[in-house]
Design a protein around this ligand. Structure first.
Ligand code: NAP
Length: 279
């Protein structure tokens, strides 16, 4: 598994990680096995949120006795992101995850509490050793600039945003902004949540051809394409050990320039939209 630095001065983290939205909805034994298989294969970046039902409980079971291997991320809801609310939400997540610290704690999306309040809470949690770093999610370049004004350079570890073959809006301004300021970009829903291109679709043909050349699957090629930029990580969600293993092996695939160009043409990024797309 390829690893790279997670934000300026951050630790090395697996480029492909594991999402957990809806992971609590199916067979929990299978879900725990999927996460553990992912860990075995180096997908040590695990993403969750207080929003994701019982996902934090499923993770607790999967990482019991192997906490130190994991780069664990959770998120506070905007409606809880006051100074006191953020700290209380973090305590609840720590309890559900059965751990004493998070590696990164994110503001899930921008809400109505002033950034100053949330940042003050994040700083307090860092001082208390309850989080190692903090970041944001669903921030466009204007939100990021505003947060930078409040927090200062080198504080925001990451921005977690929607990014998949059919949704490349962040390439216009968000990725360049993050690269310039040493902020990791974490691609969520890298398979389009439930909208992965079929072999019969327009771009899907090129994707499937490139996959065949590598003896890889189209999903592995998609993950490799999305993480071709050194600032970008991806966190696919898998509820079976087989899917997790397939995703983990994407971390070993390096695409050639002409293959990247072919995928770029097959899934055009399109014009910059007004506002950042999100799920
Ligand atoms: P996703 O990862 O794009 O896609 C998940 C779907 O792909 C599931 O149906 C899964 O099926 C399937 N899948 C995964 N690996 C597969 C494989 N190897 N072969 C075939 N199918 C496979 O969707 P997502 O869950 O929306 O996004 C990933 C993570 O990003 C989330 O879980 C969450 O942690 C995070 N996220 C964050 C935000 C935010 O606002 N910050 C928003 C959305 C998501 P199975 O479950 O059957 O394996």
């Amino acid at each position: 598994m390829r690893t790279q630095q997670f934000g300026r001065g951050g630790p090395d983290v697996s480029v492909i990680g594991q999402g957990t939205w809806y992971l609590d909805q199916g067979d929990r034994v299978k879900a725990v096995a999927a996460l553990r298989r992912g860990l075995d294969l180096g997908m040590t970046h695990i993403d969750t949120a207080e929003l994701y039902g019982d996902a934090e409980l499923v993770i607790a079971e999967a990482i019991a006795s192997r906490r130190d291997e994991v780069f664990l991320v959770s998120k506070v809801l905007p409606s809880n992101a006051s100074r006191r609310g953020t700290i209380a939400a973090c305590e609840r997540s720590l309890q559900r995850l059965k751990t004493d610290r998070l590696d990164c704690y994110l503001l899930h999306w921008r809400g109505s509490y002033p950034f100053e309040e949330t940042v003050a809470a994040f700083d307090e949690l860092v001082r208390a050793g309850k989080i190692r770093s903090w970041g944001v999610s669903n921030f466009d370049e204007d939100d990021l600039a505003e947060m930078l004004d409040v927090a200062g350079e080198g504080k925001m570890a990451c921005n977690q945003v929607l990014y998949h073959l059919k949704e490349r809006a962040i390439e216009h301004a968000v990725i360049p902004w993050c690269e310039q300021h040493g902020v990791a970009v974490v691609a969520y829903s890298p398979f389009g949540h439930d909208d992965f291109p079929t072999s019969r679709s327009k771009g899907g043909t090129a994707l499937h051809e490139i996959a065949q050349e590598h003896g890889a699957s189209p999903r592995q090629v998609a993950l490799s394409f999305l993480t071709r930029n050194k600032a970008v990580f991806a966190i696919p969600k898998a509820s079976s050990a087989e899917h997790a293993a397939e995703n983990a092996h994407a971390g070993d695939i390096l695409l050639e320039e002409d293959e990247i160009a072919a995928l770029d043409a097959a899934f055009p990024r399109g014009p910059k939209p007004h506002g950042l797309p999100m799920l």
